[in-house]
Structures are given as C-alpha cells and as structure tokens.
Unconditional design. Structure first.
Length: 223
C-alpha cells in the first residue's frame, strides 16, 4: 500500500532507495497484527514472506533438545526478518515470537522475487544489507565462541547499547534493558550465572543497574 512508503524510509533494508522504488515496494505490502507471545513462524516451516516491524518487538530464537531457548536476536520498530528463506527457498531456520503486540508489514515470496527481478537497484541494495547482516552474525559467533561468560554478557549489553542506547560523554544508558533471563538465553548460560556476572561488572565499575535501566562505561571494559 502506497501509504507505507514513508515507513520504509526508516527500514535499513530500503533506506538507500529512491522515492519511486519505495512506492513500488509499498504497493506489494500488507499488514498483520500479532499479540504478545504469539508465534509468527517456527523453525522448519516453509518461508514464504518477509516481515518488517511497523511497531512492537519480536524475538528470534532456537530450542535445544532439552527445550532450552537460545535467543539469537530481538528486532524492534523498523527492523526486518524472514528474508533468507525467501531467497534460498529452504525452511525457516529459527522461531520468531512477538514479545509485545506487533504490527508487521509483510511481503509475500512471489511478489518479493518479482520485485528483485524487475528492479536491479533494489536487488543490489538488499544484497548489500544482507551482506552486512552476515558479517554481524560472524562477529556474534566469534564472541560466543571465544569470550568467557563475563565477556559474553558485557558484549551483549554493549551491542544493545550501540543500537538503542542513549550515548553520553563517558557512558551509555539503556532505558528498558533486557531481563536476566533474556540475557541468559542470548549468552548461552543460566540466569544465576548472569546475575553473578552482572554483580562482577558492577564491582569493576563497568556497569551500573537501576531496575531495568543499565548504564555502561565502555572505556573501562577489561576483556
């Protein structure tokens, strides 16, 4: 729908496109609302749509054989997900669940592929953004593999701070930070371990915590 063209301007996937390209994309969009806790799609399903977050937040996660959840990412307003399965036609590689009520813009696979074939400038831009995502995924794999638990917790909080934090001269504030369970799920450890690591970071002067507000002092990190 043409009225969503303005929304697309703030979506990283489309941010470098011209107005006429955004209007072209807006014509193949439709919107759906998902409520908190609702499954948007699950691992193994056919991937037949790309999703753009108009409002709200979703989490992307996997479960191990014992049913433990590992959160790979959280995506809020102007973020997008589901693009890989559109291109490689393989099943979904993770689960996506609404963390709160979400309005999502949706592009179906057939419309998406026709869009790419008919608009080379859009295709090139999308390829660049996806390449950036792959590089970010490689970085995440490295810190999960090589950092100790303290380093993983700190790296996770720093990543959130860089994306959504309020940057001051010597510190960064995360206004509505993740819960300890959310941190544990993202860092591959238990909530109790996260609690100990955060206490240690506070003692080192790297972190201060006030309810769900976190303040990070990046220049004092020691890993």
């Amino acid at each position: 729908m043409k009225r969503y063209a303005d929304n697309l301007r703030s979506v990283h996937l489309f941010s470098n496109l011209k107005d006429n390209d955004l209007e072209t994309i807006s014509r193949i969009l439709y919107m759906n609302t998902y409520h908190r806790g609702q499954l948007i799609f699950q691992e193994g399903e056919e991937g037949n749509a790309l999703f753009i977050v108009l409002s709200g937040k979703v989490k992307i996660s996997l479960y191990d054989e014992e049913g433990r959840e590992y959160v790979l990412d959280e995506i809020g307003k102007d973020g997008f997900f589901g693009e890989l399965a559109l291109i490689d036609e393989l099943p979904r590689s993770a689960n996506v669940i609404a963390m709160e009520t979400c309005d999502l813009l949706i592009i179906r696979r057939n419309d998406f592929m026709r869009l790419l074939m008919e608009n080379p400038s859009i295709s090139i831009n999308i390829l660049k953004v996806m390449a950036g995502r792959l590089r970010a995924a490689d970085t995440r794999i490295k810190w999960l593999a090589f950092l100790n638990v303290e380093g993983r917790v700190l790296r996770y909080l720093l990543d959130i701070a860089q994306r959504t934090g309020i940057r001051m001269k010597d510190y960064i504030i995360i206004e509505k930070g993740p819960t300890q369970i959310e941190i544990a799920n993202s860092c591959g450890c238990s909530r109790e371990t996260v609690s100990r690591m955060m206490t240690l970071l506070v003692k080192k002067g790297i972190l201060s915590v006030r309810r769900k507000q976190y303040t990070l002092y990046p220049e004092t990190r020691t890993y």
